[in-house]
Write a protein that binds this ligand. Sequence first.
Ligand SMILES: NC(=O)c1ccc[n+]([C@@H]2O[C@H](COP(=O)([O-])OP(=O)(O)OC[C@H]3O[C@@H](n4cnc5c(N)ncnc54)[C@H](OP(=O)(O)O)[C@@H]3O)[C@@H](O)[C@H]2O)c1
Length: 269
Amino acid sequence: MNKKIGFIGFGKMAQAMAGGMIHSGLVNPKEIEASMRTEETRAFASEQFGIGVSPSNRQVAGFADVLFLAVAPYTYFEVIEEIKEDIKQDVIIITIAAGITTADVENAFGQKVKVVRTMPNTPSLVGSGMTAVSANSEITDEELHSVEKLLGSFGKVEVIAESQMDAIPAISGSSPAYVYMMIEAMADGGVRQGLARDQSYRLAAQAVLGAAQMVLETGKHPGELKDQVTSPGGATIAAVSTLEQERFRGAVLAAMDSCTEKVKELGRK
Ligand SMILES: NC(=O)c1ccc[n+]([C@@H]2O[C@H](COP(=O)([O-])OP(=O)(O)OC[C@H]3O[C@@H](n4cnc5c(N)ncnc54)[C@H](OP(=O)(O)O)[C@@H]3O)[C@@H](O)[C@H]2O)c1
């Protein structure tokens, strides 16, 4: 890719994204520069990723053709205020924070800027991320396509309407946390039946991975796949029946509602 990539903030998410771009061969580490607060993170980023590092957000803003704002949501507007005079004219700004709209970003820059709002997740660290994307009207189809390619280097990408963006943390941004809880609970169940702890984690995690692949690769309805595993009077339907009695699906839906409510509340602040 013939573009210079900048990261303001180089924490867990930025590292996952930069790692994917570099490992896929799409971006040369020399074409990436990142700024962060501490000398410790700068030394780590330089050694582990071979990218350029700087204590100056303004320097990185002036370097980048594609600029990721990878700081905490509450730091966004202070960072934009700091760099707004330094960005290149046609820079593509990429946001990764829940609740911050493309209009918020345009207003903060005080001018028309190209903004792509995204919501990634941490499985990006292992190249299996899920990133939802929506662009403002300044972004051309060609630019959106090149951003999709960049984000596709660490997982799957879905383009959605910005009005649906607040729904994304609950379904793919935060949901790895619920799945980890499920894997942990399944492993506890295995240990309770006498399986070794480490083997239980492997068995449970691989079952979750395989089930997800079945949904994605067969294109079958999850209910149909569930029906295929449940023989009449068998053990699986006994488990399914208990999950229904314990309101498993209701608990997942309620958790997602709480997540979305919180995202909206954070966006209003
Ligand atoms: N983690 C997730 O699952 C996830 C998922 C989707 C979206 N996000 C979003 O991604 C963003 C980053 O999250 P994260 O988990 O990567 O956070 P993180 O690990 O805490 O990293 C934050 C980074 O920002 C740097 N930083 C803080 N203030 C700064 C400033 N004023 N100027 C420049 N750099 C500054 C920190 O530098 P030092 O390292 O030097 O302290 C650190 O590198 C957040 O907006 C978050 O909501 C996260």
